[in-house]
Each structure stands twice: as structure tokens, then as C-alpha cells.
Design a protein around this ligand. Structure first.
Ligand code: NAD
Length: 264
């Protein structure tokens, strides 16, 4: 994918940056000139070569822990004196009907997807207020736009991320801080999707049903690629989107637009 963004010397922090959408975003921003900090609970040896070539700094950070999110942001601000871009991307799924969800599973999903995004916004905005602005992009989901049958708690967490994005977009426009989110559909080559497929009774059947659920994915006979979401994140973080805030950008091949009539 060609990269036409310009982030020369901008300071960018990406949570969940070791894999999937976060890794693709870290690489795309670093290739466009940003100083990138990739925070994650896991570090993958397969990233070593590309991250070191692009000077992407890997930081251990569990977004459920406020002190760790604060430390991640301070690592960047201590080194460069500011933070220009934060991508709150770390997230986990939870595929279970509500009557089977334990309190611990609820907490894990809501704390990672929502509370982690709150911690990131809280600590980044503090610095962005002091330096005259910045851009935050949250990774929500098409599940944040429509309720879903198979993963209601995940859907609740992502609806809340969309609401947080809109609320903070409204609050901080006057501070030149833009807050947007992306709402991806089924993204292949991600840890989350690989786990779902691996654990399915019929992996090929699940793959095909995911593709069918998204009209443009179906037309192209493939899932969405991490780079296609990363590109949208880069747009929202870039100066090209200077007048864009509080938006939830669908990158889902039309999945959340409604239910197509049967047989079409
Ligand atoms: P992924 O599993 O490849 O990436 C998620 C990353 O987040 C992993 O590197 C993981 O280690 C990290 N992570 C998990 N818990 C964390 C924590 N507590 N603290 C810090 N890091 C943590 O999956 P992905 O699809 O790239 O997920 C990225 C985001 O995209 C998530 O927010 C997910 O909800 C969202 N999303 C994914 C899809 C999809 O189909 N894959 C669709 C819509 C939205």
C-alpha cells in the first residue's frame, strides 16, 4: 500500500501496537516520518527487524492500568517534550451471550476497550492542552455502530468508545485537539480474527460468513486488511483531517449500513 502521509518529526503513541491494526499503523506512521512509541502487553519477535529499522520504540503497557498508560505517554513527552498523535487501539473481543458472561470477563473487555481509551485520552489531552493541540484516534468497531447478537459486551464497549469520541471531540475542539474513531469491519491477519477463526468449529465457514457480512469484502472475496484500517487512522491523525473531529469512520465495506435483502 502506498503511503502518502507526512508525519515528519511528529510524536505518535499507539496502544496495542504489536499486532494487527496497531502494528500496521505504527509502521505506516514511522515510514511517514513519525517518532513512534508502540505500547502493548506483548512484544513479538517477528517485529524486531522492522521496528528497529523504523526506530519504533516498544514499550510494555497494559492499558487497563492507569499508571502504565501514564508512563507510556511520559516516556514520549520526556524524550520529545510533546505528543502529537495518540491512537487508542488496544482491544480484546468477547464472544458470549450475556447470561454466560462472568464479572471478570465483563471487566476485562470493558477495562481494555473503554477504560484504556479513557486513560489514554486523559493523559494525552493533558499534554496536548499544554502544547497547543493534537490528534487522537480511537479504534472502535462496526460493533460500536450496531448492536450484535454474538458479542453484546464487546458491542457495548465499542458503542461507548464512539460516545467517548463524540463527547471529547465536542469538548476539545476549542483546544485544537481532534478526537475521532475508526469503525472497522472484519479485519483479517489480526490476532483477534486469527483467534476467532482458530477456535471456531468450522474455521472456513466462519471466514466465509465474515466476508459475506461485508458487501465490499464479499465483492473482493477477502477480508479487510490491517493496512486499510491503518490508512484511515493516518488520515484522521493527519493535517488533511484538520477540520474533522468527533467522527466515527466506517472501514467495514458497508457492513454496518443495514441488512441486505436475502438472496442479494
Ligand atoms: P490484534 O489482536 O492483532 O491486536 C490487538 C493488540 O492489542 C495486540 O497486540 C494485543 O497484545 C494488544 N492488547 C490486548 N490487550 C491489551 C492491554 N490490556 N494493554 C495493551 N495492549 C493490549 O487485533 P486487532 O484486530 O488488530 O485489534 C485492534 C483493535 O481493532 C481492537 O480495539 C479491536 O477491538 C479493533 N477491531 C478489530 C476488528 C477485527 O476484525 N480484527 C474489527 C473491528 C475492530
Amino acid at each position: 500500500m502506498t503511503n502518502s502521509y507526512h508525519f515528519q518529526d511528529q510524536v505518535a503513541i499507539i496502544t496495542g501496537g504489536s499486532n494487527g491494526i496497531g502494528r500496521a499503523t505504527a509502521i505506516m506512521m514511522a515510514e511517514a516520518g513519525a517518532h513512534v512509541f508502540a505500547g502493548d502487553i506483548k512484544h513479538l519477535s517477528e517485529n524486531r527487524e522492522s521496528f528497529s529499522r523504523l526506530n519504533i520504540e516498544e514499550v510494555t503497557c497494559d492499558v487497563r492500568q492507569e499508571s502504565q498508560v501514564q508512563a507510556l505517554i511520559e516516556q514520549a513527552t520526556n524524550k520529545y517534550g510533546r505528543i502529537d498523535i495518540l491512537v487508542n487501539n488496544a482491544g480484546i473481543g468477547l464472544v458470549k451471550p450475556i447470561h454466560q458472561v462472568t464479572e471478570a470477563e465483563w471487566d476485562a473487555c470493558i477495562d481494555t476497550n473503554l477504560k484504556g481509551t479513557f486513560f489514554g485520552c486523559k493523559h494525552a489531552i493533558k499534554y496536548m492542552l499544554a502544547t497547543g493541540g493534537g490528534a487522537i484516534v480511537n479504534t472502535a468497531s462496526n460493533a460500536g455502530l450496531l448492536p450484535r447478537v454474538h458479542d453484546p459486551v464487546y458491542s457495548i464497549s465499542k458503542h461507548a468508545v464512539v460516545a467517548l469520541t463524540e463527547s471529547l471531540g465536542l469538548c476539545h475542539g476549542k483546544n485544537n485537539i481532534r478526537i475521532n474513531c475508526v469503525c472497522p469491519g472484519p479485519v483479517g491477519e489480526t490476532g483477534m480474527m486469527n483467534d476467532d477463526i482458530m477456535n471456531a468449529a468450522d474455521p472456513e465457514g466462519l471466514t466465509q460468513s465474515m466476508i459475506r457480512a461485508s458487501p465490499i469484502a464479499a465483492a473482493n472475496r477477502r477480508m479487510i486488511k490491517p493496512e486499510e484500517v491503518a490508512s484511515a487512522i493516518c488520515y484522521l491523525a493527519s493535517k488533511d483531517a484538520l477540520m474533522v473531529t468527533g467522527t466515527a469512520l466506517r472501514i467495514d465495506g458497508g457492513k454496518s449500513l443495514g441488512v441486505p435483502p436475502q438472496g442479494t
